[in-house]
Design a binder for this molecule. Structure first.
Ligand code: F6R
Length: 612
């Protein structure tokens, strides 16, 4: 995600801001910018690309000033560009804002501001925030921010400075982290601790709804009701490396823990609730009835690796919820097998990076065949996003660990939303069912959090099993598809030989491999097939395998036959992979660490495979 830094004090702000932004580079970004108060008033300088490019751009200018805010942007609304970079200002240039997070109602607010005569320069939700604050800004920026945030829906951490009030910085957050650094004669804000470490280790962690006002010599904090509050000062004990990982030992573990937030961002912005009930709104990606009307009735999904596993689950979801036949194929196979197209096919291409060579080649082939392309990607402005007809972004934020975790579960979230929307447009899903599905989707982030809070149980299990070199995941339907991803996670980062089998296939060959050295992880969330799973488990137990089961919290029937049972909160059977994969991610992570490996950098693997 994006990075925020702000400084007010006795030093020149520019080097402090640039230095702070460099400390946040590890998070990934596509542009950078700063706003400063100097003799010329409030000035903004920004550039697409690296911080180095911003430095080159301003190198000829002297930019004195002891108050400023800075930002590294990871694009969500609008491509990476100078104009879309932060800080964003209002149309009069009175308010400068840096922002992390996603304003879900920015479209409606933008229309409202346009109706008041305002003209927008960028595609960002942040420019809407700047204009909204300025709308309320008479002579007190703090009151203006209080009024503006009342109207914001979604997640935000904001750093704000305003012309005419060069003695203070305002900071406010909701569901996006923001830290106030307390120095001697200087104060700072940052989205992440590494940006502060050189200046102070004393901080306030802002809570949702709190507003901080930073002056040179002190900082005030107000609660959501506007009352001044006494915050406890926290002392940061982390070194720089631990701070980059938010206190987690590895990026992978951090990213596993970011899933509740990433899922909230990806799901919530697409779900609307009004007096008519809840519905899925994909107008933001231009997905409407014409797509289903003109559809031949077939969907084709292609991707690589983890993204392909999301595609397999997508196939099951489209067939189950929308009644549409789906072909799903790895992009590397698809591109070489003379696929047959109908120009009325809807082609869904999934890629975290949006740059995978095979996936791009498959998409181009489908385009030549006349198919319409929906891309699901995590990177705004990536080649895939640029070349597809429609783009649905996963708002997972940058993924640094090579093994994909939060990108996968947010890809699933997108696929469920499209499948359900298709189901409604094709008349397969009625209102009452839709309400039930949306309620289930909305509960998923909190359910993911519940699984994470029980991670020590998985760690304990991993400490018993981490040396196993034959680990097979088995399940049926959605569980089988989740097994594919679970097995890949384990083999990628622990180098154990792990495979996924459709449980019904075990007796057609794989059971020959099963002996007392085998660990079987059985995913059991498809309630209608519990009997079948029980019988498959019995068969592998009879060959001496140890069996762990992942099942619903209220399901006791496997306790009798399994050596270990992990329970996950109950959701729709079809949505289970989004939750059941989390224990598998944690198991893979702990096995890797227990084997003395680096889960963030597995051997022979690259984060983005841009060559064949
Ligand atoms: C596995 C993993 C890879 C990627 C694959 C496709 O953890 O990360 O299997 O999923 O290389 O990458 P993207 O999604 O960037 O196209």
């Amino acid at each position: 995600m994006c990075g925020i830094v702000g400084y007010i004090g006795g030093k020149e702000a520019l080097p402090v801001l640039l230095n702070g932004l460099k400390r946040l580079e590890y998070r990934g970004y596509d542009s950078a910018g700063i706003a400063l108060f100097g003799p010329a008033g409030l000035t903004v300088h920004k550039s697409k690309g690296r911080i180095r490019e911003l430095e080159e751009k301003i190198s000829a200018e002297k930019l004195p000033g002891m108050v400023g805010i800075g930002h590294t942007r990871w694009a969500t609304h609008g491509e990476p560009s100078d104009i879309n970079s932060h800080p964003q200002t209002d149309a009069e240039g009175r308010v400068a804002v840096v922002h992390n997070g996603i304003i879900e109602n920015y479209g409606r607010l933008k229309e409202w501001l346009i109706s008041k005569g305002l003209i927008f320069k960028s595609e960002t939700d942040t420019e809407v925030v700047a204009n909204l604050i300025n709308f309320y800004y008479k002579d007190d920026i703090l009151s203006a921010v209080r009024e503006a945030v009342k109207r914001l829906e979604g997640s935000y951490a904001l750093g704000i400075i305003a012309a005419g009030e060069s003695d203070r910085i305002i900071a406010v957050r909701r569901e996006s982290p923001l830290v106030v650094g307390l120095g001697k004669g200087e104060n700072l804000i940052a989205s992440d601790v590494p940006a502060l470490l050189e200046y102070t280790r004393e901080v306030y962690y802002l809570e949702d709804g709190e507003i901080a006002v930073l002056y040179r010599d002190h900082a005030e904090v107000y609660n959501g009701e506007g009352q001044a509050i006494e915050k406890e000062v926290s002392l940061i004990q982390w070194d720089a490396a631990a701070a980059e990982k938010g206190g987690f030992e590895h990026f992978m573990l951090k990213e596993i823990h970011e899933q509740p937030r990433a899922l909230t961002d990806t799901l919530r912005a697409r779900i609307r609730t009004n007096t008519d009930g809840a519905s899925i709104n994909l107008e933001e990606i231009g997905f409407n009835e014409s797509w289903t009307r003109e559809n031949s009735g077939r969907v084709v999904i292609t991707a690589c690796g983890t993204a392909w596993h999301a595609g397999v689950i997508g196939k099951y979801a489209f067939e189950h919820y929308a009644g549409i036949p789906v072909d799903v194929d790895t992009a590397s196979e698809f591109r070489y097998r003379n696929p047959v197209f109908d120009p009325k096919d809807i082609f869904i291409v999934i890629s975290q990076s949006g740059e995978t060579a095979d996936t791009l080649a498959a998409m181009r082939l489908a385009k030549q065949g006349g198919a319409r392309i929906i891309a699901i990607t995590n990177v705004v402005g990536s080649t895939l996003a640029r070349e597809a007809d429609l783009v649905m972004y996963t708002w997972a934020g940058p993924e640094i660990a090579v093994a994909s975790t939060k990108a996968f579960t947010t890809q699933l979230a997108c696929l469920y939303l499209i499948a359900l929307k298709f189901g409604v447009l094709r008349g397969r899903i009625q209102k009452a069912d839709m309400a039930k599905y949306i309620e289930a989707l909305e509960a998923i982030p909190a359910q993911a959090e519940t699984i994470l809070s029980g991670k020590t149980n998985i760690q304990r299990f991993a400490s018993l099993q981490f040396n196993k070199n034959k680990v097979f995941f088995m399940g049926r339907l959605f569980d089988y598809a989740a097994c594919l991803e679970s097995a890949l996670k384990l083999k990628e980062i622990s180098y154990a030989h792990s495979e996924a089998f459709a449980a019904g296939e075990i007796k057609h060959g794989p059971i020959a491999l099963v002996d007392t050295s085998t660990l079987i992880v059985a995913l059991c969330t498809q309630s209608s097939l519990f009997d079948k799973m029980e019988s498959s488990i019995t068969q592998v137990k009879a060959r001496g395998a140890a069996v762990a089961v992942i099942t619903w919290e209220d399901c006791k029937r496997f306790d009798r036959i399994a050596d270990e049972v992990f329970r996950i909160p109950k959701t729709e059977d079809g949505f289970s992979p989004i939750l059941s994969v989390i224990p598998a991610q944690l198991f893979a992570y702990y096995c890797s660490v227990l084997r003395g490996l680096d889960p963030d950098k597995p051997r022979n693997l690259a984060k983005s495979v841009t060559v064949e």
